[in-house]
Design a protein around this ligand. Structure first.
Ligand code: UGA
Length: 444
């Protein structure tokens, strides 16, 4: 389809914003990415992504070269854009389960004085329901355009590691709009994506905000559900992998997000279920999502149970035992270590006195900065050399593909804990390993 060629600004160039800015330029729009972090902007403007995401860096360079994409720390660069996308982070508050909206409020306060003509401000950040209404009132009263500056909510569902694909070919688009003009602008912005057959759900801003909270809560619930079943399997000697496979053939259940293991982490699912629970309580309907506290508790238990399994392999005391932790990122194909289950387990083992060595293909720098007390190795081979127990905690492909026989020649003892049900148990056992995974019966 012909390039629709709108003028866009993207406020906040972290994970979500940088991806969105690059992908919107790819769709043919002129995009300026704005952030208060000078280092981030300098890095992006010179074509270097400040984080790892497959395929994004090449696209960033292409878009910078073709002149449709630029970056600035100056909010006046956003003036005149047809749509301003708010993509700043909404992390968990340090001392409460609530979402911290300080960055979002600050971003809008800096943007508003530059909005002097009709435009749309479209929020993409994950927010407590009711935020859009509050921001819309602020926008009307603080921008020179007044009523002509409209607010919409357009939640983002991209996954780290698949960010480009998820932005260009999403399962659905959700437009939380209050007017026909807003809908028309979003239609023009996403025209090529819509032309591809992507369904659009048009709704009000509050429902759009809720869709995101509900979607992430559902995904978290699915993961904790299968992990709860793993706990039952652990108590009975049943096999959670076979259970999950059998469930997955029921089309009403489906197999995605049904992989048991160490559970979910990252900058989204854990904080989103907590913020959602908190918001529901504020609204007087906490009971409706009371089960999410259980979802969180099941997920947290995975980490301790993984430590317990490793401790069991260490004959009841990990102190002084050389444990190699494979994986630091919260999931493969990412260097993000926010609330990473792998590093949490590594930290607990270290605290229990184990000699922990960590290796991750992409997250080493982030891990080193956050956990300077742990030991790190530069390669998979160096990491496992001399290990008494190997724990696979983030299922990178390079770990899945490793040859159990070759690894076996490097370790001190062939003990492996598969925290993600990612390895071929039989191949490891055939190569002489004691292979263990939570929820799967151990065989000697
Ligand atoms: C999640 C959602 O999947 C996205 O749709 C959403 O846009 C995003 O949060 C967000 O709110 O920004 P993300 O956190 O990037 O995306 O990663 P996921 O692929 O959802 O994985 C989350 C965690 O669940 C990882 O730690 C992963 O290891 C774990 N997981 C996933 C499981 O333990 N089992 C599974 O079967 C699937």
């Amino acid at each position: 389809p012909p390039a629709p060629g709108l003028s866009l600004s993207v406020i906040g160039t972290g994970y979500l914003g940088a991806t969105h800015a690059v992908c919107m330029a790819l769709l043919g729009h002129s995009v300026v990415g704005i952030d208060v972090d000078e280092n981030k902007i300098r890095s992006l403007a010179s074509g270097t992504l400040p984080f790892y995401e497959p395929g994004l860096q090449e696209l960033l360079r292409r878009m910078l070269a073709c002149g449709r994409l630029s970056f600035s720390t100056d909010f006046s660069a956003a003036a005149g854009a047809d749509i301003h996308f708010l993509c700043v982070g909404t992390p968990q508050k340090p001392d409460s389960p609530a979402a911290d909206l300080r960055f979002l409020d600050a971003a809008l306060a800096r943007l508003a004085p530059h909005l002097d003509r009709a435009c749309l401000v479209a929020g993409k950040s994950t927010v407590p329901v009711g935020t859009a209404e509050r921001l819309a009132a602020f926008l009307r009263s603080s921008s020179p355009a007044g009523d002509q500056a409209e607010l919409a909510w357009n939640p983002e569902f991209l996954r780290e590691g698949h960010a480009v694909e998820d932005t260009l070919h999403p399962d659905r688009l959700v437009f939380g709009v209050a007017s026909r003009q807003a809908r028309a602008l979003l239609d023009a912005c996403y025209a090529p994506v819509i032309a591809d057959g992507t369904p659009v759900v048009e709704t009000d801003p509050a429902t759009a905000e809720l869709v995101k909270a509900a979607a992430n809560s559902f995904l978290a619930t699915k993961i904790s559900y299968i992990n709860a079943m793993a706990e039952i399997c652990e108590a009975t000697g049943a096999d959670v992998n076979q259970l999950a496979t059998a469930l997955s053939y029921d089309n009403r259940i489906g197999g995605r997000f049904l992989t048991p293991g160490l559970g979910f982490g990252g900058g989204c699912l854990p904080k989103d279920i907590r913020a959602f629970t908190h918001r529901a309580k504020e609204l007087g309907v906490g009971q409706a999502v009371g089960f999410l506290q259980e979802v969180d508790a099941i997920n947290q238990r995975r980490r301790q149970r993984t430590v317990d399994l490793i401790t069991e392999m260490a004959c009841g005391d990990p102190a002084g035992v050389h444990v190699t932790v494979l994986g630091a990122a919260f999931k493969p194909d990412s260097d993000d270590i926010r609330d990473a289950p792998a590093l949490d387990v590594a930290r607990m083992l270290h605290q229990a006195g184990a000699k922990v060595t960590v290796f991750d293909p992409k997250a080493m720098n982030n891990a080193r900065r956050a956990y300077p007390d742990l030991a790190y190795a530069d390669t998979l081979e160096a990491a496992v050399t001399g290990a008494e127990i190997v724990a696979l905690l983030t299922e990178w492909d390079v770990f899945r593909r490793a040859d159990p026989a070759a690894l076996g020649t490097l370790v001190q003892r062939r003990n492996i804990v598969d925290g993600r049900h990612a390895l071929d148990a039989e191949a490891y056992r055939a190569a002489g390993w004691d292979y263990r995974a939570l929820g799967a019966p151990s065989k000697l």
